[in-house]
Every structure is written in C-alpha cells, then in structure tokens.
Design a protein around this ligand. Structure first.
Ligand code: PLP
Length: 398
C-alpha cells in the first residue's frame, strides 16, 4: 500500500471527540477549503468582479475540476462535467439515453435505488408520454430482468440503505447484449470504491460531490458521458452554457462539443472552489489502496458489532464483491439508537424504516475509530441507553 492515510487524516478539520461515520452522507471539512473559498471570494470575486469569469477561469471550472473527479471514477479525460444537483443530472442522463434508443420504452431500475432517481424517471416518463415506463425489480434479480424490451438500465451502484454494491461491468455488459444503455448513479461509489466507468463500459454516470468527495453541503453534481456517445447526445436540458457558442446569443440551440453540452446554466463558482480544494486531499491516494482499507474497516466494524450486539441484524453483504463502503444494521429502534450514538459523539445516520447506517471513509477513519464506535454502540445496546424520550423526536433530516 503506497497511500499514506495518516497524512490524509491530518488534512481534515474534524471536531474534537467526534467519530464521524457519516462521510457517506455529508463529507467533513478538509482544512484547505475555507482559505480557498475565502480567496475566491475576496481576491477573485472581490477584486476581479465580472472579469473573474475569464481571469480566474471560472468558466472552465466545470470541466477542469470535473476531470479531477474523472480520475477517481476511471473516466477518460475530458468526459466529466460539473453542475446542478444529482437529481437534475439523473434526469439529463436519462433523457439523453432514451433519445438514443428509439422504439424502446422501458427504464429498468431496482427497488433499492434512491427515491429521487425513480421520481425523476417517473416525471420524465410523464412528460414523454407515449408508453414510457419505469420498471423496478429487487436488486438481486436485476440481471435476470434485463431483456430486449429494456431501453435503459438505470441503477445506483451502491445501495444507499444497505451498502450492497452491484456488479457494474457485468450488468452493463448484459444491458449492451440486449441493446440497452446503462446509466450508473455513483453517489455512494465515487471516492468510496474502485469504480471504473470506462473499463466497465458505462454509457452515462452521474454522482454528487458532497459525500465522499467532501465539497460541502449543496456542492455540485457531476455527469460522465462515454466518448462514443458524447458527439450524439442531445441534452434535454438545453441551457445556454451547453450551447456551442453561448456568447453568440443565438436564438437557435446548437449543442456544445462533447461533454460541454451537458452544462446547463451558470456554475456555482464558490462551491466548485470548495470542491477543488477538497480534491487536493486525493493527491497521492491510490484507489486500490482506498478500496482495500475500506474493506478492512467495514470487516472490522461488522465483526465488532456482531460480537457485542446480537440484536442488530446486518443489512450489508458480507462478501466483499457485493459491498460498498458503508455498513448498515436493522433494528426496530434504529432511530433512537442512532440518536443515542450521536449524543455520545458517534455520528452515523438513520434511514427509514429501520436502518442504522455507518459510512467508512478511509481518508479520515481508521481502526481506532472503528473500535471506539463499537465500544460506544455496545454500551448503548447493553444498557438500553437509547430508550429515553429525547432520542425519539425526529427532525426534518434523519
Ligand atoms: C443515490 C442518490 N441519488 C440521488 C440523490 C439526490 O441528490 P441531490 O439532492 O443532489 O439531487 C442522492 C442524495 O443523497 C443519492 O444518494
């Protein structure tokens, strides 16, 4: 292993006394981010004013920094762009993929997909009319459900609740064998697993930057379009910055070259500056090392919790090939248990109906944190410390 995880750990600003196992939902603050954003605000926005678009390179950020994410997901250079939110990027990828598939009407997904992805697909089907439908099957039987009626296979690679990981190359190959295209949502993969979109044959991939890539709340999403499709796709969200020549202010839309056409409107410059600084942490990190360390941490957590807390039922696959970088357990009182953990400084989260979710991000989590979290969880379970009224009240975000 060549990656120095002690070094990456030192690059994060984590509050004292906290074991943060929720970097799979909102990544913590890398030390370099605040100064970079401050500089972008004062030296660029403050001093350059509107000339910052050219002088500070704001207009090139979405593709330049998109490429930095491209390295982490195994994309070809020049085929990833940033912008908007992930839900928007799902819609955009799906609309473009369906247009490349005339005559087919079925979008195949699974019941473990993130609801927003399914909502966006259903909304798009309603707009298109004409028999377009979303079909969902259980994650374990997606392979068998891919038949020649399928226009587009749309999956989230790592299940946000269970942490189960699909076999991206095998499912993509099956989709291609029946003439379907594959869209992969990498929200829980990018920066968490050894995902390789180009090698795996993905047609489109999308993901967010505020989880394992640590861009901060509301950070921009990304989209990848395979080079073989990039010159053909017609963006349904045909905004002016995806135009071939935005400042010609042409009344007719002409798509920009390659991935540029997947841009929509003005990029969030301050958030992208935060992301750019956050991505500095990844310099010197080998993705194979990240994957090996992630499996070591999740193995240790599963073993520790199962030995000490017999009432918690593992929801995450034991086999490495089916596991992302999180561990989830079922318990009917999962919400209260998680609140008790948070009150003791172990931050994970809860996903309805009964899932306690713990993310393991090797950049800043090591075996000491795993041991500490297991000890606190064991104490809570052994003493029923979760069974108090203050742990039963739910906020807007769980
Ligand atoms: C798998 C997946 N898809 C889509 C989304 C929605 O992302 P956004 O709120 O950025 O649109 C999320 C959010 O957590 C997610 O986990």
């Amino acid at each position: 292993m060549t990656t120095d995880f002690a070094r990456t750990r030192s690059l994060f600003d984590l509050p004292e006394g906290v074991i943060y196992l929720d970097g799979n939902s909102l990544g913590p603050l890398p030390r370099g981010v605040a100064a970079r954003v401050q500089r972008t605000i004062t030296a660029e926005w403050g001093q350059m004013l509107i000339t910052g678009w050219n002088k500070a390179g704001w207009m090139d950020q979405p593709t330049r920094i998109g490429d930095r994410i491209g390295r982490l997901i195994g994309a070809e250079a020049g085929h990833v762009v940033l912008g908007d939110t992930l839900s928007i990027k799902v819609y955009q990828a799906l609309a473009s993929a369906l247009e490349l598939q005339p005559g087919k009407r079925v979008i195949l997904s699974d019941t473990g997909n993130f609801p927003s992805d399914l909502y966006m697909a259903e909304g798009l089907c309603r707009t298109l009319g004409d028999g377009y439908t979303v079909k969902t099957v259980a994650p374990e039987v997606v392979m068998q459900a891919i038949d020649d009626s399928v226009a587009v296979l749309m999956l989230t690679e790592v299940d946000y609740r269970t942490g189960r990981r699909h076999d991206l190359p095998a499912l993509t190959a099956k989709a291609h064998s029946v003439g379907a295209l594959a869209i992969w949502d990498l929200a829980h993969s990018a920066g968490a697993t050894d995902v390789k979109v180009a090698e795996g044959g993905a047609d489109f991939a999308v993901g967010c930057s505020y989880k394992y890539l640590n861009s901060g709340p509301g950070g921009p999403a990304f989209i990848y379009v395979a080079p073989r499709h990039a010159p053909q796709v017609r963006p349904a969200l045909s905004g002016w910055l995806g135009h071939e020549s935005p400042f010609a202010f042409d009344l007719a839309y002409r798509p920009g070259s390659g991935i540029e056409r997947m841009r929509v409107g003005t990029p969030p410059v301050l958030q992208i500056a935060a992301l750019d600084a956050a991505l500095d942490v990844w310099e010197g990190v080998e993705i194979a090392d990240l994957r090996a360390r992630s499996l070591e941490l999740t193995d240790a957590f599963i073993a520790g919790v199962e030995a000490a807390c017999p009432d918690l039922v593992l929801a995450t696959p034991r086999e490495h090939r089916w596991r992302g970088s999180q561990v989830s357990f079922h318990h009917p009182q999962g919400f209260a248990i998680m609140q008790a953990l948070i009150s003791r400084g172990v931050i994970g989260d809860f996903r309805a109906p009964d899932i306690l979710r713990f993310g393991f991000t090797p950049l800043f989590i090591g075996l000491d944190e795993v041991e500490g979290a297991v000890a606190i969880l064991s104490e809570i379970m052994a003493t029923d410390a979760w069974n108090r009224p203050e742990f039963m009240t739910r906020g807007r975000v769980t």
